[in-house]
Design a protein around this ligand. Structure first.
Ligand code: KIV
Ligand code: ZN
Length: 511
């Protein structure tokens, strides 16, 4: 009989920890809502004690979502566990996930604890967590480099203490698939009671083995996979959700397993995570890369025209890819636009809808074809900008190949408008200098990335900007027919997030 493999999504915790992937509460809620639609079994919503923002977003997700289990991470420390329990108390289905390192190198250098003390601490933590709720996951951090006999001891004791899931992370991505599969098999054979609970795999991708290792774990008895959308995460990332899910589905003959994921939502979820974090998926990335289903070579195209199965092992529609050219145009009315939003699974208030429709009409006037991707980019902008305090009112650039360009920018806060002008090395430099002048400070620009949403010279330009302040990264993203407008708006979005985080009133009295 086919085995149910639980999908434990940690995009909002392990994924969000990676540089450039931080999200605010609103963005985390948006991703969590899409993860629920995708059908994940468990959402690890954050690490409650790590920051006020993390705690609040876990609590908001716990309150809003009904179907998945909402999980909160904590160390094996009382205060952490209390905070984790508090953060998920409004969730219909709750899980506390507590972890401690078990490898000699971590126990000696990081924890400075003896192995016996680590076991004692883990057992007390599981028992304490159990006093709040029944669903407790215990993780042996750096299990991949831990002594097997020690893992058997600590897992035996934590299961006795009440753990209902045990997780075996390859924290540093060191294991090979054969080795990791053998480790899971060994634990399945030697830990009493392990077959009565869930065994989870959690693999990092430092050697590019994360997907292969997770699947090796499944072949050897694991019943849960921890993963992130697009494989985002610390260093080289975590196991990519879309890869393990499609591998289990496409090679059910090998794995004899299934998940409850609605695979038709995979592409959309991947794009949402890119939009919200400003991260970019490489074109040749399995399942969700732009070229994952593209056939370029003549011999492949010829084969495809004769029979799709010659070169395609998955149906693009199964991952939610649709050939959607020319979906809407300038003659499309409000009704068609609303239908399209429904089809794309976008929910809006009528006020948001009015604004989005107005913007769509303006764009459709200038651009012949509005594809699904164009509309998704437009909607994502509307959603992020609706929260903003400062808005780009106007940008005007004079650019001449013989002279330095000059930008004039207007920023609005409610009914106040401030204008400044600056020269720059290029047009974007001039715009950003003018914006800095308005805000009275020079923001620390970490990244500026431009890409076209679709093909053609009338493609929407998508700009991602990352600003850095005190080790925190603030991402702004915008799509517009004009690359300079998109650049200015993305910068203003990132500034809004940064200023919101500072929580202080603006320096310039007139803004
Ligand atoms: O990689 C890891 O070990 C982790 C644990 C906290 C589960 O992310
Ligand atoms: Zn991890």
């Amino acid at each position: 009989m086919s085995k149910h493999i639980k999908i434990f999504d940690t995009t909002l915790r392990d994924g969000e920890q990676s540089p450039g992937c931080s999200m605010n509460i609103q963005e985390k809620l948006e991703v969590a809502t899409q993860l629920e639609r995708l059908g994940v079994d468990i959402i690890e919503a954050g690490f409650a004690i790590s920051s006020k923002g993390d705690f609040e977003s876990i609590a908001a997700i716990a309150k809003k979502l009904k179907k998945p289990i909402i999980c909160s991470l904590c160390r094996t420390v009382k205060a952490d566990i209390e905070m984790a329990a508090e953060s998920i108390k409004l969730a219909e289905r709750q899980r506390i996930h507590t972890f401690i390192a078990t490898s000699p190198i971590h126990m000696e250098h990081k924890l400075k604890m003896s192995p016996d003390k680590v076991i004692e601490t883990a057992v007390s933590a599981v028992k304490y967590a159990k006093s709040f709720i029944s669903d407790i996951e215990f993780s042996c951090e750096d299990a991949g480099r831990s002594d097997r006999e020690f893992l058997v001891r600590i897992l035996t004791e934590t299961i006795k203490a009440g753990a209902t899931t045990v997780n075996i992370p390859d924290t540093v991505g060191y294991q090979t698939p054969d080795e990791y599969g053998a480790l899971i098999r060994y634990l399945m054979m030697h830990v009493p009671g392990i077959d009565t609970i869930d065994v989870s795999v959690h693999c990092h991708n430092d050697l590019g083995f994360a997907t292969a290792n997770s699947l090796a774990g499944v072949l050897n008895g694991a019943t849960q996979i921890e993963c992130t959308i697009n494989g985002i995460g610390e260093r080289a990332g975590n196991t990519a959700l879309e890869e393990v899910v499609m591998a289990l589905k496409t090679r059910a003959d090998i794995y004899n397993s299934h998940t409850t994921i609605n695979t038709k939502e995979l592409t959309k979820t991947s794009r949402l995570v890119c939009t919200v974090t400003g991260s970019v998926v490489q074109a040749n990335k399995a399942i969700v890369g732009a070229n994952a289903f593209a056939h370029e070579a003549g011999i492949h195209q010829d084969g495809m025209l004769k029979e799709r199965l010659t070169y395609e092992i998955m149906n693009p529609e199964d991952v939610g890819l649709k050939e959607t050219k020319l979906v809407l145009g300038k003659h499309s009315g409000r009704h068609a636009f609303t239908d399209k939003l429904n089809e794309l699974g976008v929910q809006m208030t009528s006020e948001e809808l009015n604004k989005a429709f107005e913007r769509f009409k303006k764009m459709a006037d200038q651009k012949k074809e509005m594809t699904d991707q164009d509309i998704e980019a437009l909607i994502a902008d509307e959603a992020s900008q609706s929260q903003e305090i400062y808005h780009l009112e106007h940008v005007y650039v004079v650019s001449d190949s013989a002279k330095r360009p000059t930008a004039t920018v207007q920023i609005r806060k409610e009914s106040h408008i401030l204008e400044e002008q600056e020269e720059g090395a290029g047009s974007v430099d001039a715009i950003y200098k003018a914006i800095d002048k308005i805000f009275g400070e020079s923001f620390n620009l970490l990244d500026y990335i431009v890409q076209a949403v679709t093909g053609g010279t009338d493609a929407l330009a998508e700009v991602v900007v990352r600003l850095k302040e005190n080790d925190r990264i603030f991402t702004g993203r915008n799509a517009d027919l004009d690359v300079l407008t998109a650049s200015a708006k993305a910068y203003v979005t990132a500034i809004n997030k940064l200023l919101d985080q500072r929580g202080k009133p603006r320096i310039k009295p007139n803004l």
